[in-house]
Design a protein around this ligand. Structure first.
Ligand code: PLP
Length: 455
């Protein structure tokens, strides 16, 4: 047992999305960073870098926060579904299912991961604006709820489901026309969106579904965006959802579920101030309840689909610092052994993160540096002009809040293998994702026979 003291004061243990670091973050007697009772520089030494680290306690705390808040504020059945696009691995899906949450998948790969991880299929929904026949059939055969995003989904299911086949549980996605103050690329609730039906099309599609024997419409869905700090858009969404519910039930559909999507933001940097999971769930629950009561509608089951706010705060990335380039009067670059292939968010969304030196987190930040990745791309910069304690080659750099949309959006750009992942708890670290080796990257390459043999 490491002798430690807490790292940050004022941490919200019940709502990890409001913290800059995992809830178990501490410093040992020598002032070095510890998460889950594991010394971070030891993890870097043992498993290599870059390394994704996941704090089991934080991840479970986020699941519990959603579950308990739904039970507390919503007077009818409810279920939080993990938006597995945030980070889809067997271990994470298994842990989330063990906390009683369901899951949202958007591809054959995510669906397969969920089912193999043991998520009960009745708690899985399949999304996607262009689902393949294979994806639809994998969903159908396993009895998961399929989210109808457009008429193409209906056409393909109509063609694929054998006559007399079991009905498929459906959910209907529409764009609620609510705009959020978030990055344009992750805004999906706007009317100009590739996802879901336009509200004007809703009645027609509801009528179409009524006449299809295999179609059993059980839910309606909308998602308004991601990394949202305001509660107002979610309050507004409730009225739009209740209108759609009233319309669907009025047309004779036995709709049980209202799914309000995900979107709650997290703290990446000190100035970020997201609402707690508890407040978000409270607002959503009360708004749905009131909107239904105002329309005299029996309360539906309330579903939500958090991704980022569940997994991001539990994750961190360890890098080793390598080269340094000083351009006098301009800037000092320090480079790490990963970058845009393990975390594409800075180059894609200009996202900011909080960085520490693993073994000197509390040292005075006296040097302004630009932290660059190792990829052959000038834009591969994790953060520009950032104050850090003086660092040297070989030091371990820690980036907090990388648990969502890092690994899952990662790539092999420059043929750089994907990092390993370890999950930590009570001084124990277990691999949940092995490190890719350069040789792994060649396994799907072929040289056509007609090419001239070399050597
Ligand atoms: C349909 C849907 N549900 C849920 C989510 C999860 O959102 P977040 O990670 O912001 O909670 C997304 C992400 O964009 C989404 O598209």
């Amino acid at each position: 047992m490491l002798k430690c003291s807490p790292f940050e004061t004022g941490r919200d243990l019940h709502s990890p999305n409001r913290n800059l670091s995992p809830v178990t973050t501490a410093v040992d007697e020598e002032g070095r960073l510890v998460v889950g009772q594991c010394l971070l520089s030891d993890l870097a030494e043992q498993y290599g870098t870059p390394l994704y680290v996941l704090d089991e306690t934080t991840l479970r705390a986020s699941c519990v926060a959603y579950r308990e808040a739904l039970e507390k504020y919503y007077p009818a059945p409810s279920l939080a579904l993990y938006a597995s696009k945030a980070n889809s691995t067997l271990a994470i899906c298994n842990l989330i299912a063990s906390e009683g949450l369901g899951l949202d998948a958007v591809s054959e790969g995510e669906l397969l991961t969920a089912l193999k991880a043991g998520v009960p299929s009745k708690h899985v929904v399949l999304h996607g604006n262009n689902k393949s026949d294979e994806e639809l059939m994998l969903g159908y055969r396993n009895g998961v709820t399929i989210v109808i995003d457009n008429h193409h989904d209906i056409d393909r299911l109509e063609a694929l489901i054998p006559s007399g086949g079991a009905p498929v549980r459906l959910m209907l996605r529409f764009t609620p026309g609510i705009e959020c103050h978030t990055h344009e690329y992750i805004k999906t609730g706007h009317l100009d969106s590739k996802f879901g039906f336009d509200p004007d099309q809703l009645e027609d599609v509801l009528i179409r579904l009524k006449y299809l024997e295999w179609a059993s419409l059980k839910g309606i869905h909308a998602h308004i965006g991601s990394q949202i700090f305001e509660l107002e858009p979610h309050r507004d969404l409730a009225a739009v959802m209740a209108d759609a519910l009233e319309l669907a039930r009025g047309l004779g559909h036995d709709v049980e579920d209202v799914n309000v999507g995900g979107g709650l933001g997290i703290r990446y940097i000190h100035s970020d101030d997201p609402p707690s999971i508890d407040s978000w769930v409270q607002v959503v629950s009360l708004a749905i309840k009131e909107a239904c009561l105002a329309r005299n509608l029996a309360l539906p089951r309330l579903l939500c689909e958090p991704g980022r706010s569940l997994v991001a705060p539990a994750g961190l990335t360890l890098y080793r610092i390598g080269s340094r380039k000083v351009i006098p009067g301009v800037r000092t670059y320090i480079s790490v052994d990963g970058g845009m292939s393990d975390n594409p968010r800075p180059i894609t969304y200009q996202s900011s993160y909080t960085f520490y030196l693993a073994d000197r987190p509390l040292s005075y930040r006296e040097e302004k540096v630009t932290i660059a990745g190792k990829h052959c791309e000038s834009g591969d910069v994790l953060i520009k002009d950032y104050m850090l304690p003086c660092s040297k080659s070989g030091d371990v750099l820690v980036v907090f809040a990388t648990g969502a949309y890092n690994a899952s959006m990662g790539s092999n750009y420059n043929r750089i293998p994907r990092p390993a992942g370890v999950i930590v708890k009570d001084g124990r670290a277990d691999l949940f994702q092995r490190r890719e080796e350069p040789e792994d990257l060649l396994q799907y390459d072929l040289i056509p026979d007609r090419f001239i043999a070399l050597g």
